[in-house]
Unconditional design. Sequence first.
Length: 512
Amino acid sequence: MGSTFQRVMNPHIIIFLRIIHLVTGQFKIIPPDNPVIGVIGKGVILPCQLKAKTISERLSVQWIFTTNSEKIDVSTYDGKNTQNPVSEDKRYQGRTNFFHTEFNKGNVSLYLKNVMVSDKGKYTCSVFFENWYDEVVVELNVAATGDESSIFLNGHVGQGIGLTCKSQGWFPEPIVVWLDSKGDMRKEEVTIQNTKTSSGLFDVVSSMNLEPRSDMEVSCRIINDLLNTARESRVLFSDVFFPSASPWMTAFLVILFLNVAVIAAIAYKLKSNSKRTLDAKQNKKKMETEKEYLKEALETEEKTNKGAKAENRKRLARYQVELDFWEAQSHAVPITVNPDCRELELRVSGALDTKSHASESAELSAASTVPVLVGQEGFTAGKHYWEVEVEQQQDWVLGVVREKGEQEEGGLLPTQDYWALHRSQGELFASEGDVRVEKEQLRCSVIGVLLDLEESQVKFYEAVQMLLLVTIPISLAKEPVEMFHPFVPRREGTFTPFAIRPVRIPVPLKAL
Ligand SMILES: *[C@@H]1O[C@H](CO)[C@@H](O)[C@H](O)[C@H]1NC(C)=O
């Protein structure tokens, strides 16, 4: 015990007390289960439990770390200072704690924070208690599980591929095994070049050479026996990775890259769509409150200001229009149209194929057939909205086509079975009654279509300016079941349909 011992008590008395202890056998330290394992970076309890009938609060405890060459005073409790341990060595500064409230139960265990590799060793717990003394040795073993292991490709080595497995921060030095698809040890020769870092931890580096035509599933497992933990990474190689097939490897990697890019694009699209849904919701809500506010303002201003009144009426009307549009857009559904889709020949008036500028009446009366592409989706009830990008295209026709159960596929449909908006020579027409749609300064680039089977109508909107262009009623028959399909124009001379603009995901209006 030596010097540290003397600091606490007079050696003569201690020898005397030790005899007393041996005689009476009243007190005892329960020997701990050795060794204690501390995980590096975590805390550990060095146990020291006193066994006695009654335990005085005036006991002293001293913990000493012993190596072959030195003895370090880890932490001492002198029976007076109840808060902080005294004479704590630099190496353990701020890292130790006693459980003061446990002293009366004889628990003088030491809590050691942030365990380090250098903490590994033997600790003596010495207890001085009135006229009694005893000690016990606790062995602390330390261990650490490293980070995730990774397998790296070193490139081609002969006919095979060089592989390296890496992982950092292990203690003690772990076992590294390379396994095959069945979990058996691989036959290949393995080299290990582990390094010890300044903190005493081990960085694992293990390499092997994978030959072609061997088991292509490679796993690198790193094991800490002390903690019973392991890290494993598994890779399945394809033949294309081997030098004999190298021309394919580039193609494979390019395809892989493209796939990743496509997935990223889809993910982005989904995200922006749902964001737009949120925007639509918020816009609608904002507009509703503003509408309420304007109504109130209108009522109060009625008597006083006629000019403001007119202005407010105009704004209110505009909000009404926009609100109607937001409502329509909240029924957005995805529509699929591709060049493989079914084609229909529609008979429309309005001389879509007439190049000459004939008189208005002649244009209207001239009927022609136009090829359109029918969307894959079919609707029998409810409200559905979609948008078609017409950009600055001159002539187009789009809308909704009805099919009855017995309708022949691809056949020429009678005029009353579709509801369309068509543009011919810069002018817009609604299919029903060849109504010319009059709108000032209309630059149609995106057309919104609302198929409203609840109120038996089709509404066409100019989606950029949020204008309602025309409402066409539908006469619904009860029997047989009718199916309504969207249709879009085909680009002139090609089989490419006009683009369907992805609109917001449907917003349930009741949720607002
Ligand atoms: C002593 O007290 C601590 C804290 O309450 C507890 O974790 C430990 O198990 C107790 N006993 C021993 C023998 O360490």
